[in-house]
Design a protein around this ligand. Sequence first.
Ligand code: GUN
Ligand code: ZN
Length: 426
Amino acid sequence: MTNILRGRVLSFTRQPENADDHASYTYIEDGAILVSDGLIKAVGAFDEMLSGVEVVDHRPNLLMAGFIDTHNHFPQMQVIGSYGAQLLDWLNNYTFPAETRFVDRTHADRIAVSYFDEMLRNGTTTPVAYCSVHKASADAYFAEAERRNVRALGGKVLMDRNAPDGLLDTPQSAYDDTKALIEKWHGKGRALYAISPRFAITSTPDQMEVAQALVAENPTCYMQTHLSENHDEIAYTMSLYPEHPDYLGIYEHYGLLGPRALLGHCIHLNDRERSVMADTASVAVFCPTSNLFIGSGLFNEERTRQDGVRIAVATDIGGGTSYSMFRTMDEAYKVCQLQNQNLPPLYAFYLMTLGNAKALGLEAEIGTLEVGSEADIVVLDASATPAMALRMETVTSLAEELFVLQTLGDDRSVVETYVVGMAAKP
Ligand code: GUN
Ligand code: ZN
């Protein structure tokens, strides 16, 4: 199938250096994207594009690369909005019981349908998910992604202690199940596998060795875990691994760090951890709605960036409170404000698209509207609600329009979500 999407085309080419870095993106006021066989074949001014091809006219809306959510938990959709607890109690009281239900493939299949519905409704075309400990939960996740042709990353969590019996694997079963899942899904269609030791608290040293072996044996897979989210978590972790210099030192010792390592939260890092993150090119994943909701703390975006640590952004559903990357970046802005830092809208939209793609090393495939990219595209309307339309009456620049989208927008501002060129918003 071949068609042309017409609209205001916006795509980042590099990280914006400041709030007015207009050389960091391409913008075409009456633009067109030629899509064929799921790929972007041409981008340019509409009146210079080939005729004879069916045109889908999205004017005056914006066309951008689909959003990427680099950290969330597929089995936590029914945990969102769980009241009154900080991390460890939140896990024990709400999250672990909810994940226990994913032993049931029927339940996992049903939630997987809702999960991809919500992602696509919010314009997220690439999620990176933690599944539950159960192998079947990862099968459910990847099967639904495959059915919809979504580029999805994820993996079953490894956890063999400090959780209910129904959520524990063993070092051996974690190895066997992860290996089987990698063989089945990694690189199949658009799927990519993330080896997922949940965090140091729920893995014995024996299981960390298993994670180490899996990472070493599967260099093209990702590795995802949690790091330095909450003070009680850090103290408990260090009591379990007293021989290591700090929290990151545990993951470092087991060889888990590197450019494909995604470390969720990274709020309370010490200087050594910051420099090891930078030296290993590991990625710090900023999850603002979760960090505020669970009361974990304020991610220091400016410091982390200046230390040379790679940064990605994510919802962290169900500690996070919205599937929307607009809502996520709205809260990211506020987290920065509380620390007297700025997060310009150009940078926010860069992070949701090309920035997150670069964090995954997938910028040749997703995150931009470059020729050759996969045709995962969102159509955005900054006047989607009466309140937004009223605010837009006074907007005079693209950056301001993006900021209105980020501050007031949600799934109602996502007019359409294209997955490999096919309309896919539920
Ligand atoms: N640390 C370990 N597991 C989790 C989780 O599911 N959510 C969050 N926010 N932190 C975690
Ligand atoms: Zn998480």
